[in-house]
Structures are given as C-alpha cells and as structure tokens.
Unconditional design. Structure first.
Ligand SMILES: Cc1cc2nc3c(=O)[nH]c(=O)nc-3n(C[C@H](O)[C@H](O)[C@H](O)COP(=O)(O)O)c2cc1C
Length: 419
C-alpha cells in the first residue's frame, strides 16, 4: 500500500512551493491529502492542490469532505506522516499552544504520526522570542523540523527564515517514510533523565541530565515502528505518546523497572544519568541546620566545621548488570559522559560492561552534554567501529545512533529482526 502524507499548507510566501512538493510526492507514489489554512488559500488556490493530489483540500474544521467521517480525525488517523509546508509563524504558535481552530491545526493536533514542519518567514518573525519559545516547545513535544535557510527573502532583506527548498523537504519526507517500518516488531527499552536520591523528605542528590537525549532516542525508535518502553527519571519534558512510559525517581527504582523488563527487549539503550552514589540513610524528618548530626552524616563534622558530612553508598550498576544478563541477539548501548580522556574511558566502559555500543560525549565541550538541544558524540562499537558525529541536534544524533545500530551486521540488527 502506498504511504499517505497529509500536506498542511499555511500562509507564508513560500506556499506556492507546496504545490511543487505535492506534485513531486504524488509522482513518487505517495498519496497526498492536502489541507490549507484560510490565509494560505489567499496565496494559492485549494483547486491547485485538489488537481495535483486528486483529493479534497479542506480549510474549515466543519467541512465534511470524507462522507460519514469527522474530517480532521480521519486525516489524523489515515496518515503515515503529516508535513506542514510551509509552517507560518502563526501556525507554529497555534500548534505550540494547542489551538485547533481550523482543519490544519485540528488534524495536526489529533495526529499521532510524526509531524514535520518546514518553517518559512521573515527574519524578524523567526528571531522573535515568541517564535523561538514556540520552536523549543514544539521540539520538546516531538515535532520534526526542516530548518529554514539564510538568504534573500521576499521582503527584500537577507537573513534566516527562508523555507528549505523543495528537493530537501522531499528527501526528508522520503527518508522519514522509509525509516518508518524499519524497526517494526523490535522491542526497545530506553532509560532517560537523572535519578534523585533522597536525603530527607524535602532534599535529594541529583545531576544535570535533562532527559532530552534519551527522549529523542525513544521517539526516534518509536518513529521507526519499534515497541518502545521509556524508563524515565524526573524531567521537565512532556511525556511522549505512543510508547510505554515508566516514571521512576531513584536509582533503585530505575534498576527494578529496567531489570524486570530487560529479558524481553531486543535493544536496550541506557541514556539515563543514574546516580552512582546514594545516601546510606534517608532522614525521616527534614534535616535542620541547628539539629544534631543527621543519621547519614556519619556522626561527624557538623558541630566542628559548621557543615554536614554525608555518608554515601554505591548504587547498583544497572548497565553492568544488563551486560551480565545480555542474551544472544540482544543489543546493549551505553552512554559515557566524560570530562577528560573521553575515548579511553568510553572504550573501557564498552569492554568492561559487555556493551555493543557506547555513545561517548565530552560534556565540557560547548554544544555537548546534559542540557540544551544539541550534542557532539562519538560512537564506539564492540567490533572496533569509531564514528565521530559533528554538532547535531539531539534528535539528529538519535537518528544517527539508531542508524549505526541498524547497520551493525549480526543477529542483533533490527533490519534482520524484521526481515
Ligand atoms: C504578503 C504576505 C506575506 C507573508 N509572508 C509570511 C511568511 O512568509 N511567513 C509567515 O509566517 N507569515 C507571513 N505572513 C503573515 C501570515 O500570512 C499571517 O500571519 C497569517 O494570518 C497566517 O495564517 P496561517 O498561519 O493561518 O496560515 C505574510 C503575510 C502577507 C500579507
């Protein structure tokens, strides 16, 4: 069966390019269902899209182009990919805020298939803090983007905001569609985020992990058709849909959640920053400044130095345990966030924990590491592979990591599992 793409067209000057995209998609065998905003129809007529795609091109959410169906829900359910080309500043704002007030936004907001946005707008609109905040939110929600380029704009200025060209968008759509079924039937467990190790009822020890890398990996695996379990420590990220989500707080909870599900997984990706140490004891009451040493203070130090000495114990090493339990055909991927001797430490981790891949990143590099939307990683494989990736968004890095795992020859390749 041919792939189905809903093509949403909004009111940027680049709307005319969407007609060429629709035509090329149809020629390549994709079934295209167009939808437009009312203002987009002031740039290009819906008749153009109807003629090119042989499907209706609704605008208003109350239109009934599909007999007996609620059109926005039908479109949302019957597509493999939803591409919004171009995506106006206004549409970005509406999607980021859940405003479903026309056919395009109502269908997009009801859709669980991947949504690809190709923004196009004047530089001032692009740089506007409201747009940048909306983009950040949409990225966190799992939307895919084709970034605008820098160049001459219709408003006779030079700058960022020009929609990517049609061949680039076409290639991205085909790449996403091709990936879609590549991990069908593969079971993937991803850990993400930090853990919190309580000190008392109000305090905990934790780390700077945002969870973004792990969430990007889980979403990328889901988009390839895998059955995904995401075991997540506390993060500020929205909970992704279309996967089993297991929230945990402590390293011990993460260990239990992961180990109880590990045997049935084909691929395990340990991206969480699990605490290596936890307080020996958790105080039942809030530790007070003036109080005698707390149970986990080791009885030392408080009066003498005016501080608090915590006694910590090592937590269980989940990754090492997964390595010990690894069964034939299972792929185990770990992360090594290092501040020095990156590749040496990562290679040692790969070997000592029986991993198939380790994703090494030097968290001291600008653009890499815990917070933020980008990362710079090197993949080391158990067969001696070494793949250095440039500065990429965490979403792009996730795709490249999954590509590397797919390309691994041997039983654990998802390509084989599904063939
Ligand atoms: C000539 C003209 C060109 C415009 N170009 C853009 C553009 O490139 N990008 C954009 O986001 N908005 C642009 N706008 C503004 C949008 O068309 C306007 O915000 C509209 O209400 C968006 O509607 P929609 O998001 O529902 O499609 C333009 C408006 C006009 C009149």
């Amino acid at each position: 069966m041919s792939k189905r793409v809903v093509l949403g067209v909004s009111a940027s000057v680049a709307a005319y390019k969407a007609a060429d995209l629709a035509s090329q998609l149809v020629k390549s065998g994709v079934e295209v269902f167009p939808v437009m905003t009312a203002d987009a129809a002031r740039f290009v007529q819906p008749a153009t899209f109807r003629a090119l795609t042989h499907h209706p091109c609704p605008i208003d959410v109350f239109e009934e182009p599909f007999p007996g169906e609620i059109a926005h829900i039908w479109l949302a359910r019957h597509c493999d990919l939803f591409a919004i080309v171009p995506a106006s500043m206004n549409v970005l704002a509406r999607l980021a805020n859940g405003l479903a007030d026309d056919m395009l936004t109502a269908a997009a907001l009801a859709c669980t298939a991947p949504i690809l946005l190709a923004p196009g707008m004047n530089t001032g609109m692009w740089d506007n803090p409201a747009t940048q905040a909306n983009l950040a939110r949409l990225r966190d929600y799992g939307y895919y983007f084709i970034e605008p380029t820098t160049g001459r704009l219709a408003c006779r200025t030079e700058g960022v905001g020009r929609m990517a060209d049609v061949p680039t968008i076409l290639a991205a759509i085909h790449e996403m569609l091709a990936r879609q079924d590549s991990w069908r039937g593969v079971r993937v467990l991803v850990t993400a985020g930090p853990t919190r190790e309580p000190l008392d009822p109000v305090r905990f020890l934790s780390n700077r992990s945002s969870g973004k890398m792990g969430y990007a990996l889980a979403e990328a695996a889901r988009a390839r058709g895998a059955a995904v379990t995401l075991v997540s420590g506390p993060t500020a990220l929205p909970r992704p849909g279309g996967l089993e989500f297991v929230p945990v707080e402590t390293a011990a909870q993460m260990r239990d959640a992961v180990l109880s599900r590990a045997a049935e997984q084909d691929i395990l990706i340990a991206a969480a920053a699990v605490a290596d140490y936890a307080p020996v004891e958790v105080a039942e009451q809030k530790i007070k400044k003036e109080a005698p040493p707390a149970p986990n203070s080791g009885g030392a130090g408080q009066e003498e130095v005016g501080g608090l000495t915590l006694v910590l114990t090592e937590t269980d090493d989940i990754l090492a345990e997964l390595g010990r339990r690894k069964r034939p055909g299972q792929t185990l991927i770990g992360f090594a966030a290092e501040t020095e001797h990156l590749l040496d430490h990562a290679r040692r981790k790969l070997e000592s924990k029986n991993l198939d891949w380790v994703v090494a990143n030097d968290v001291t590099q600008p653009g890499a590491g815990f917070d933020g939307d980008t990362n710079i990683v090197t993949l080391l494989g158990a067969r001696g592979e070494e793949i250095s990736l440039p500065l990429l968004t965490k979403r792009e890095a996730a795709e490249r990591i999954l590509d590397a795992v797919t390309a691994t020859p041997g039983e654990q390749s998802p390509g084989r599992a599904t063939s």
